[in-house]
Ligand binder design. Structure first.
Ligand code: TSX
Ligand code: MN
Length: 649
């Protein structure tokens, strides 16, 4: 295979995983490290240097250079099945299920850090005793010692996989390349679904730099503790650290989701938002959808929601009014850049959907269901004896409600038994191309033209179904105030409304004040470019309730009625909006309610003075505590003006 230092032992089997040595990397520093698959010499020199350095640090017993092919996925899948880490879901084609160590089930925000020389590159200036909620800062020296106490030798006895991948269509002007090193084969299989993993990326790299991801489950061999569910992890020592200046991500101790699939939150949001600021574009926690009206005219909309608001459901919405069509470009992340023509264009940097399984059903999201009938991986869901997946929300769709299952904890379980079938954060990992309503232009390298941005949250009280902001800058203010109801942490009971500015709180890659300034600066075109057509910014709330706690809006497919209103506003229809202190709301009758049970319009659309007087006070406190002197003066002025408008109601 390779002309490079084949040592004659190319059929020597190593380890207990049945891999064969193909050739070896020989360097003075490394001695002989077997290459199990791939050709080291075909990697660009700078990638070779990166791999060599990290091999020296982490000391794997072999290197596996991934090519992203089906054969490779089959080989790894079969090995994982043999070892019991993965099992086929027999009711489908090429679907697999995996259970994690129950201690490794979610992103770990408290152990996720940005490493910058100056603290205030990462966090805002908060008053004494106030912990910043957006981004955690780790000093470079502290990072060094954390690194030194984890990574040296951390892959010993394990295979190191080299994953070259593109975020965005390979070679596209908005796309970026990353290389992730990992000792988790599960991560390899998921990265193959979620990113574009192919040797073609090496050709497209050229002189460009790449984002470096270093990931280890943190369990060198021989293992000292029993590995649970064949899922090695090191929960006590989890660390996810980003070095934005170096475009580098270090992740240790977890194999789960955003902790380990480094292309997603770590790269495409935290690191990319830094690159985006430097290069004049935006990396946002947004879906992108194409919406075609009955006249056949299509508009593209980006939308940001905090978790548990149904972003994936909205991205794949099935309209309930005839003649409308929605097609999904992306369900989680948008990279957007203004063209020289002044239009904003957006791409979905991802290649798959990593969605929360519970709550997903043919009723709530039929198109997501269709997307994962084959070639998908399910993590921490339940499995029936018939080889089907199961989770909370499928009660009414399961063929045999009495069927025996194995729940996410590996125990026998039936509907009605105590406990849960699936972990609340259990996931499907499915190729985006398998979605029946994936947009034909979803891989367009230049992106799709974005004409509107929606922000939204779970707001049981006070916030109308929809309002349009007054201007780009007022829209930025509204996004900075974004809040959502969350089920509070386990030690509390009940629910609370939490701030989640731009739905980016867990993913903010740098000082939030500078982030706001960057958004403001984007409205100004550089010399020689056309004036920028900034998208209109809207705020939606599908979750307003009446006094009995019942939802006032049917949501789901009926949300097309709200999008219809938004699109008519984009088309310049001025007659259907009423000015309120917080923005324009629809006039009664301007939202198509055909075929809908009557809704309580006033309750749904009202802007109660007392509520918003309280809200503006609370927002001022939030800005003082969490943004402080980093708050751009223009945003402070928006707050002042909104306060005056509310007072004058
Ligand atoms: O995803 C949701 N969307 C967006 C859909 C395009 N959800 C689920 C949120 C959890 C992830 C919603 N839940 C939405 C919504 O618009 N609205 C609601 C609240 C709601 C729930 C149930 C009903 C009505 C509203 N009605 C019945 O169950 C009959
Ligand atoms: Mn997300």
């Amino acid at each position: 295979m390779s002309s490079f230092s084949t040592t004659g032992d190319s059929l020597r089997q190593i380890g207990d995983e049945g891999f064969y040595v193909v050739n070896e990397v020989v360097s003075k520093r490394l001695g002989h490290i077997p290459i199990i698959k791939g050709d080291f010499h075909l990697l660009p020199a700078k990638v070779q240097r990166f791999v060599t350095e990290k091999v020296e640090l982490m000391r794997p017993r072999g290197i596996y250079i991934c090519d992203g092919s089906q054969n490779e996925a089959d080989e790894i899948t079969n090995k994982l099945i043999e070892r019991g880490m993965l099992s086929p879901l027999k009711a489908y084609e090429n679907n697999y299920i995996c259970r994690t160590d129950p201690r490794d089930v979610a992103r770990v925000e408290s152990k996720t850090w940005m490493v910058t020389p100056d603290k205030y590159q990462t966090v805002t200036h908060t008053p004494e005793g106030v912990e910043p909620i957006m981004a955690h800062w780790l000093a470079p020296n502290d990072f060094s010692s954390e690194l030194d106490s984890r990574f040296p030798g951390c892959m010993s006895g394990r295979i190191m996989y080299v994953i070259g991948f593109s975020m965005g269509p390979i070679g596209g002007p908005l796309s970026k390349i990353g290389v992730q090193l990992t000792d988790s084969n599960y991560v390899v299989l998921c990265m193959r679904i979620m990113t574009r993993m192919s040797p073609a990326i090496w050709d497209s790299l050229g002189d460009a730099d790449f984002v470096r991801g270093i990931h280890s489950v943190g369990v060198p061999r021989p293992v000292r503790e029993k590995v649970i569910n064949h899922w090695p992890c090191n929960p006590d020592r989890v660390l996810i650290a980003h070095r934005p200046a170096e475009r580098e991500i270090w992740s240790f101790g977890s194999g789960y989701g955003g902790n380990s699939l480094l292309g997603k939150k770590c790269f495409a949001l935290r690191i990319a938002s830094n690159i985006a600021r430097d290069e004049g574009w935006m990396a946002e926690h947004m879906l992108i959808m194409g919406v075609t009206n009955p006249q056949g005219h299509e508009r593209f909309i980006a939308a940001a929601f905090p978790s548990a608001c149904g972003k994936t459901n909205l991205a794949m919405l099935e309209p309930t009014i005839p003649g409308w069509k929605v097609r999904v470009v992306g369900d989680d992340i948008a990279w957007m850049k203004f063209g020289a023509d002044g239009q904003l264009y957006g791409i979905n940097p991802e290649n798959g959907f990593f969605g929360v399984a519970p709550g997903t059903s043919h009723k709530t999201n039929p198109m997501a269901m269709e997307s994962f009938q084959k070639n998908s991986i399910f993590t921490n869901v339940a499995e029936t004896v018939d080889g089907e997946y199961y989770w909370e929300g499928l009660e009414k769709e399961i063929k045999n409600p009495k069927v025996e299952m194995i729940n996410w904890l590996g125990q026998k379980w039936h509907i009605g038994d105590a406990g849960k079938a699936a972990h609340p954060n259990s996931r499907f990992t499915a190729p985006a191309a398998q979605c029946p309503i994936i947009h034909p232009d979803w891989e367009s390298p230049k992106g799709v033209p974005i004409d509107a941005i929606i922000f939204g949250g779970r707001r049981p009280e006070g916030v109308p179904l929809i309002f349009e902001t007054f201007s780009w800058i007022h829209g930025i203010f509204v996004a900075a105030c974004l809040k959502s109801e969350t089920t509070a942490a386990a030690e509390f009971t009940g629910k609370s409304i939490m701030h989640d500015p731009f739905a980016m709180r867990p993913f903010m890659g740098y000082n939030f004040g500078q982030y706001l300034q960057h958004w403001m600066d984007l409205a100004k075109a550089p010399k020689g470019e056309a004036a920028r057509k900034v998208p209109k910014i809207f705020h939606v709330n599908w979750f307003r309730t009446n006094k009995e706690g019942k939802f006032l809006w049917p949501g789901f497919g009926d949300n097309i009625r709200v999008i219809d209103w938004i699109i008519r506003r984009l088309d310049g229809d001025d007659s259907h909006a009423l000015k309120t202190p917080i923005g324009y709301v629809p006039t009664e009758g301007s939202i198509n309610m055909d075929g809908l049970d009557p809704v309580k319009w006033d309750e749904l659309m009202s802007v109660p003075k007392e509520y918003w007087q309280e809200d503006v006070k609370e927002v001022r406190k939030f800005f003082e505590a969490q943004v402080g002197i980093d708050l751009p003066a223009e945003i402070r002025r928006e707050l002042d003006e909104q306060e005056k408008r509310i007072a004058a109601m």
